[in-house]
Design a protein around this ligand. Structure first.
Ligand SMILES: [Fe+2]
Ligand SMILES: [Fe+2]
Length: 439
């Protein structure tokens, strides 16, 4: 495929964003055709795929990442706490990248996409709860101004988006209309709910962690950026379709020392623990989970865990989750996590509150999932004990908003489309365990 082909696809994705005005529009083949004549060549080091990644301490640090078509040699971020309109001479701070390199090309990639280069910059020492205005720069090419908001430094009410499974179904890496619609939906929710600070993505971004799939995923991720340039930071979990070096080239950070399991302090009152179902569940990871829960639980009102493959699946064999149930769930129950965030099965679900392998309406833990950010949905097995009322499961695309209050956590699942039936699930979790939970 020629460069203009891949650029054409890219512009088609961005066209959908440009067309978005309160209604969600499809990106169809006509859009591709219309764009063809307007196509302009990319600058050699033009920056694209602008995005933000959150790790351990998003109140004070963020990784900003982007792509260029040519290698370049001087990659950096200009940033400030006030808008400077993109004039790089005006920004108070400048920081170089910590990781740059050629994106790995597999043999099959050449048919679909052009080679490109990844760039990652680590901004540290940031002020909590603050808007940072940024320009991505590679050699002489500079981006428009974007901004992101750091996580709150105080115990205030806020929300995150949670969803998983944005991979496409077939072999054509550009057949991904539902993912685009879900990304536009997330953008709308991000714009409508000013207190949303990030997206926790439960894994399975693409069919494979190869560039022909990752490039269109990154194109589509740009659709989540708000119309005023606000970036939606990703907190990534690794799925079974993400087991390749391409995933590590897409999501990385400076002190990357564990295999995509880490704790994110979302606020002084909220911790999100991301686990990795694609490596050993026991051993080092389980030890780390126990130590981390012991450390954070006493100080946090809300402790959640996200990981790709479910402990309490909605579609796959119930035996499929035994590894998570044996290795992790006992620790979740010992330390009373407040919600489990699961993906992988491709249906919407909420379990009954569960403790000791049985429903426990008083003290159980609820698990939600199971991945609906564009992947074709499957038919769940609603006969399972953990999916009985008030739990349920159904086959429908979805994304959750988790709102962390002082007395309760409000969980809502939103459908792909706006309208009367847009709320697919709606419940609250009381702050029943308090800050002394697990003691
Ligand atoms: Fe999946
Ligand atoms: Fe999966």
């Amino acid at each position: 495929m020629s460069r203009s082909f891949s650029q054409l696809r890219r512009h088609a994705a961005l066209l959908a964003a440009a067309s978005f005005a309160g209604a969600i529009l499809l990106t169809g083949s006509n859009a591709f055709a219309q764009q063809e004549e307007a196509e302009e060549p990319q600058e050699a080091t033009s920056t694209f795929h602008h995005r933000a990644l959150w790790m351990k301490n998003p109140a004070s640090e963020t990784v900003l990442s982007w792509t260029t078509r040519e290698e370049g040699h001087n990659h950096r971020i200009y940033y400030d706490t006030e808008s400077r309109g993109g004039d790089i001479s005006e920004y108070a701070y400048e920081i170089p990248t910590f990781a740059d390199g050629p994106i790995t090309m597999k043999d099959a990639d050449w048919e679909w996409v052009e080679p490109a280069f990844y760039h990652h910059a680590h901004l540290d020492g940031l002020e909590a709860g603050t808007d940072y205005y940024v320009v991505f720069a590679s050699d002489d090419a500079t981006s428009d101004e974007f901004y992101f908001r750091t996580a709150p430094g105080e115990d205030v009410e806020f929300a995150i988006l949670f969803g998983g499974d944005s991979r496409i179904a077939g072999s054509d890496p550009y057949e991904h209309t539902d993912r685009q619609k879900m990304n536009l939906r997330m953008r709308q929710l991000f714009e409508d709910h000013d207190n949303i600070i990030a997206l926790a993505h439960g894994g399975d971004y693409c069919m494979l962690a190869d560039w022909r799939y990752i490039e269109p995923w990154l194109d589509d991720h740009e659709l989540t950026t708000a119309s005023d340039g606000r970036l939606l930071p990703i907190i990534p979990a690794r799925g079974n379709h993400d087991r390749g070096v391409g995933f590590e080239e897409k999501f990385t950070w400076p002190d990357f020392d564990r295999n995509y399991y880490y704790e994110t302090q979302l606020s002084p009152a909220v911790s999100l623990i991301t686990l990795n179902t694609e490596t050993s569940l026991g051993g080092d990871q389980r030890d780390w989970l126990g130590e981390t829960l012991a450390e954070v639980r006493p100080d946090r009102r809300w402790v959640l865990s996200q990981y790709h493959r479910p402990a309490f699946s909605s579609v796959r064999s119930t035996q499929d989750g035994a590894g998570r149930r044996n290795n992790w769930v006992p620790l979740f129950e010992q330390y009373n996590i407040d919600l489990g965030l699961e993906s992988h099965d491709h249906a919407l679900k909420r379990t009954v509150p569960i403790r000791s392998s049985a429903p426990d309406m008083e003290n159980g833990i609820i698990y939600i999932g199971d991945g609906g950010l564009g992947v074709p949905q499957r038919n769940p097995d609603t006969s399972r004990w953990w999916l009985q009322e008030p739990g349920f499961a159904k086959s429908v695309h979805h994304v959750h908003i988790l709102n962390f209050g002082h007395d309760e956590m409000h969980v809502r699942a939103y459908a792909m489309e706006e309208g009367e039936d847009e709320i697919l699930d709606d419940f609250t979790v009381p702050a029943r365990y308090g800050i002394a939970a697990g003691q």
